[in-house]
Design a protein around this ligand. Structure first.
Ligand code: SAM
Length: 285
C-alpha cells in the first residue's frame, strides 16, 4: 500500500545517512525533492554504495559476489520518478497530484529536502497536512538535523529550547522577534542564519541581551559535519560579537546560533528580588 516517508538526509557528511533512510530512498517509487538535481546526486551515490554492499551483507561466491539484503529483489538499475516541491511550487495542485496519482495508486513516496530533516525550515508542510487529511500513512525516517546537531555540541543548557529558524530580514522585525524570544529566561534559543547576515544578527542579539540586562552564553556552530566544521562557545554575547567582527573577510558557510538560557544564579537573584518586592507589598496584620 502507498505511504509517505519523510526522510532525513545528511547536512554535510554523506556517511550520516541512516541505513533505513538509504533503503527507503533506494526502494521509493517517487522521490519528492526540493531540488531534484541535488537529490538525484544523492540517489546515485546511494546506488553506488549499495553495489559495494554498504546497506546489506556482501557474500562472495567464487569470482562473483551477491548482495544479500532486503533490496536484493529490486533491480539495481531501477529508476524512480523525481517530483519537485519547493517554496515556489508547493501548491495544492502539486500536492494533490502526489497524493492522488502516486500514493493513492499504491506507490511509495519519499519526501526529502536538500539537507537535513524535511519541514525544519524547509518545505513539505502542505503535503504532510493533506496526507493526514486523506488518511495516508506518514512515516518518519529520522536522521540529521542542523538544529539538533548544534544543540548537542553547544555546551549551553538546553533542557528547554525555542527554535526560531531564520529571523525576519528587516531589522525592526528582527529586533522585535528577538525581544520576544529572549524574554523567556529559561529557554535556550536556536537560530539558523546565512553567512551574509550572521554578524548583523549577532549584533542584534547583543543589543537585546544588553537591554534586558541578563547575560547569556552563545555558541556559533558552523559547517557542521563538513571539512571546515567549527564550534565556538562564548561565555558572553559581547565576546562572540568581538570574535566574529575580528575575523578577516566575510564569514563563510552555514551557521546555527545557539543562545544559552539566562544563567541560573541570575534567575535566582531575579526571583529573590520579586519575593522581596511581594513581601513588601503584603500588608502586615
Ligand atoms: N532542514 C534542515 C535541517 O534539518 O537542519 C535545515 C534547512 S535550512 C533551509 C538551512 C539552514 O540550516 C542553513 O542556512 C543553516 O543555518 C542550517 N544548516 C544546514 N546545514 C548546516 C550545517 N552543516 N552546519 C551548520 N548549519 C547548517
Amino acid at each position: 500500500a502507498g505511504a509517505l516517508y519523510v526522510v532525513a538526509t545528511p547536512i554535510g557528511n554523506l556517511e550520516d545517512i541512516s541505513i533505513r533512510a538509504a533503503r527507503t530512498l533506494l526502494s521509493a517509487d517517487v522521490i519528492v525533492a526540493e531540488d531534484t538535481r541535488h537529490s538525484g546526486k544523492l540517489l546515485e551515490h546511494l546506488k553506488r554504495e549499495r553495489l559495494n554492499g554498504r546497506f546489506g551483507h556482501r557474500r562472495t561466491i567464487g569470482a562473483s559476489s551477491v548482495v544479500e539484503d532486503e533490496d536484493a529483489a529490486l533491480n539495481l538499475a531501477q529508476q524512480c520518478t523525481f517530483v519537485s516541491l519547493n517554496e515556489h511550487n508547493s501548491k495544492l495542485e502539486r500536492v494533490e497530484y502526489i497524493l492522488q496519482n502516486c500514493i493513492a495508486k499504491g506507490q511509495r513516496v519519499a519526501l526529502v529536502s536538500d539537507a537535513g530533516t524535511p519541514l525544519i525550515s524547509d518545505p513539505g508542510a502542505l503535503l504532510i497536512e493533506q496526507a493526514h487529511l486523506l488518511g495516508v500513512p506518514v512515516v518518519p525516517i529520522p536522521g540529521p538535523c542542523a538544529l539538533i546537531s548544534a544543540l548537542s555540541v553547544a555546551g549551553q543548557p538546553c533542557y528547554e529550547f525555542t527554535f526560531a529558524g531564520f529571523l525576519p530580514k528587516k531589522s525592526t522585525q528582527r529586533l522585535s522577534a528577538l525581544e520576544n524570544l529572549l524574554k523567556l529566561d529559561s529557554q535556550c534559543v536556536v537560530l539558523y542564519e546565512s553567512p551574509f547576515r550572521v554578524r548583523e544578527t549577532l549584533a542584534a542579539i547583543q543589543s537585546v541581551v544588553e537591554q534586558l540586562g541578563k547575560p547569556r552564553g552563545v555558541t556559533v556552530a558552523r559547517e557542521l559535519t563538513k571539512v571546515h566544521e567549527e564550534i565556538l562557545r562564548f561565555g558572553s554575547i559581547a565576546e562572540c560579537v568581538q570574535h566574529m567582527n575580528g575575523l578577516e573577510g566575510e564569514p563563510r558557510g552555514e551557521f546555527v546560533l545557539v543562545v544559552g538560557p539566562v544563567a541560573r544564579q541570575e534567575r535566582r537573584a531575579d526571583a529573590d528580588l520579586l519575593e522581596l518586592e511581594s513581601d513588601e507589598a503584603v500588608p502586615l496584620h
